[in-house]
Design a protein around this ligand. Structure first.
Ligand code: AMP
Ligand code: ZN
Length: 132
């Protein structure tokens, strides 16, 4: 299987690496949403966030939590978004789990997701709770 992010984690394809440990790898996004936009990945392949094993999830989120404020400071940002696109309908293009760290500033012009008027919250909550 040829997976772009597996190859990046192994150093087989060049990337702007910012951090690496035994389980995780972080590098700059090649098409950044903002200056310092970075991706954190598990070295072990999983397609989706919810396929990642519990230990890798712990390590990846730990790396995200430690790197994000350092990235923010380094690029002069004042905030950041952490995001995961899970499956193609949510915008996932690369099928190797990755977490986006997107530095933000007050005047960067990026829009947050729009909210809508709530409809049937009770029913939706019950459906979700029944599926757990
Ligand atoms: P997603 O839409 O969540 O699957 O995000 C995939 C991200 O990977 C996009 O933001 C791309 O710009 C980024 N990307 C794709 N190829 C590379 C690469 N070779 N090096 C760094 N980032 C990449
Ligand atoms: Zn992979």
């Amino acid at each position: 299987m040829t997976c772009l992010f597996c190859q990046i984690a192994k150093g087989e394809i060049p990337a702007q690496k910012i951090y690496e440990d035994g389980k995780t790898f972080a590098f700059l996004d090649i098409k950044p949403i903002s200056k310092g936009h970075a991706l954190v990945i598990p070295k072990a392949h999983s397609e989706h966030f919810d396929d990642m094993d519990a230990e890798d999830t712990h390590h990846v989120m730990d790396t995200v939590q430690r790197l994000a404020p350092k990235i923010m400071e380094a690029v002069g940002a004042s905030a950041y978004n952490v995001g995961v696109n899970v499956r193609p309908d949510a915008g996932q293009v690369v099928m190797h789990t990755h977490i986006h760290i997107i530095p933000r500033t007050a005047d960067d012009g990026l829009k947050s997701w729009p909210g809508q008027d709530a409809d049937n919250l009770d029913e939706i909550k019950d459906k979700i709770a029944a599926n757990l």
